[in-house]
Design a binder for this molecule. Structure first.
Ligand code: LLP
Length: 413
């Protein structure tokens, strides 16, 4: 069976009990299901099959090498957001025409590397950046393939910290300005305009902002076509949300239907940059209970060996993740705050949760932590980065070992 489910009363990933892995390599750790990653990638790919498209998996969601290699084997390309992610993609076996490079503050070195490699597109965020790319490309005697990232002033109706498409957000170029700018690019010998890029936010759980974003990209494409400017692709970014609490969210098919209903009239290749929609449900954070503290008023603090250093989303965005016992005991439920070990009162993974009271030593799993989990982990309080495990059916392997104290100090005097 693929994914996370209880076998009798024991939570397993595919066919492997989480307790078996935790027993072997300790906690905290991330566990991913290769089967879920494959299924979610294929579902999205098939949903867009009626139109020429390429999935550029957004590395920022999870860039552990083995995961990235798995996506490559499935046929994915990538969206990189830093020089580090470009190098990681190359090491995972991608070639430059499979890489798009996005990012609101690309450094001169990062731009030069992308230009010299000849990536599929550098998604440019401003007129100034286009000038700099032009300069670098001419210096290297080449032409850089660029796409213009537009800011359409669309509300993604997601959390404000992960919405990027409003004019008050730092991302992209306003639509009107983008039109003028693209017309002027013909004068730049170092630039080849190949696409339009848009990404209005993440964890978007309604279709309309995603449809409107595609429509804004189409609008710019048709204006440019009227001026005789031919593009190769429209990049509609990522953003499709997942259900963290069991409520219904748009399916891959509904998403594809909305985007393709707008773009099907064009022959252009459609680029997609999903991250969370593929990886989110494919991973859990497994932690052990290190203390259980009764509080006046009949509720409890359940202290785990994982907190904001392993999974920052609840603290940074007030994000909700289901937290479940790895071994289900038929005991009455109590109300508890499930907290981490860090010296911060905000170090709460889940407030006011109803659970059978865990005992010290029990394991719990924080669900839907495959995207923006391990990548946002930190060494605060000199804590080691957690281990990561990939499960494939009945087999599992460590794809990233836990950091040691020597790893932690390796860069220091
Ligand atoms: N493309 C671009 C240009 C992006 O900025 C992002 C995400 C994506 C694609 C992928 O978006 P997705 O399909 O995963 O929604 N740390 C936050 C999420 C930040 C997303 C930033 N950009 C979180 O934990 O919710």
């Amino acid at each position: 069976m693929t994914g996370f489910s209880y076998h009798d009363s024991t939570l397993a990933c595919d066919d492997v009990p989480l307790a078996e892995i935790a027993q072997a390599i300790g906690t905290p750790l991330y566990v991913y299901s290769a089967g879920i990653i494959q299924a979610r990638y294929r579902e999205l790919d098939e949903a867009f099959s009626s139109h020429r498209h390429t999935i550029h998996y957004a590395l920022k969601a999870n860039s552990t090498l083995a995961i990235v290699r798995l996506l490559r084997a499935l046929g994915s390309a990538v969206d990189a957001n830093s020089g580090g992610e470009i190098e990681l993609a190359l090491r995972a076996g991608f070639i430059p025409p499979q890489i798009v490079f996005t990012g609101v503050g690309k450094s001169p070195d990062e731009l030069a590397r992308a230009v010299v490699l000849g990536v599929k597109a550098i998604n440019a965020e401003s007129a100034g950046e286009l000038e700099r790319i032009d300069h670098i490309a001419r210096h290297h005697g080449t032409r850089a393939r660029v796409a213009v990232r537009i800011n359409p002033d669309i509300d993604a109706l997601s959390h404000p910290h992960i919405s990027t498409g409003l004019k008050t957000n730092k991302f992209g170029i306003p639509l009107e300005e983008a039109r003028q700018l693209c017309r002027g690019l013909r004068m730049h010998e170092g630039l080849e305009l190949v696409g339009v890029h848009i990404h209005v936010g993440s964890q978007i759980t309604t279709i309309e902002p995603l449809r409107r974003a595609a429509a804004a990209a189409l609008e710019l494409w048709s204006d440019l076509a009227a001026d005789g400017i031919r593009l190769e692709h429209l990049d509609v970014g990522g953003g499709l949300g997942i259900s963290y609490d069991g409520t219904l969210v748009p399916t891959a098919a509904e998403y594809a239907q909305a985007v393709l209903s707008v773009l099907e009239s064009t022959e252009l290749e459609v680029l997609l940059e999903p991250g969370r929609a593929i990886l989110g449900p494919a991973g859990v954070l497994v932690a052990r209970v290190v203390d259980v503290k009764p509080q006046p008023g009949g509720y409890w603090f359940v202290v785990l060996d994982a907190g904001m250093t392993e999974l920052l989303r609840p603290m940074l965005y007030g994000a909700y993740h289901r937290i479940v016992p790895a071994d289900h005991r038929p005991e009455p439920e109590v109300t508890c705050d499930i907290v981490g070990p860090l010296c911060e009162s905000s170090d709460t993974l889940g407030a006011e949760r109803r659970l059978p009271l865990p005992h010290v030593g029990d394991l719990v799993a924080v669900l839907d932590a495959g995207a923006y989990g391990s990548v946002m982990a930190s060494n605060y309080n000199r804590r080691s980065m957690p281990a990561e495990v990939l499960v494939d059916g009945t087999r599992w392997r460590v794809i990233r070992r836990r950091q040691t104290i020597d790893d932690l100090l390796a860069c220091e005097e």
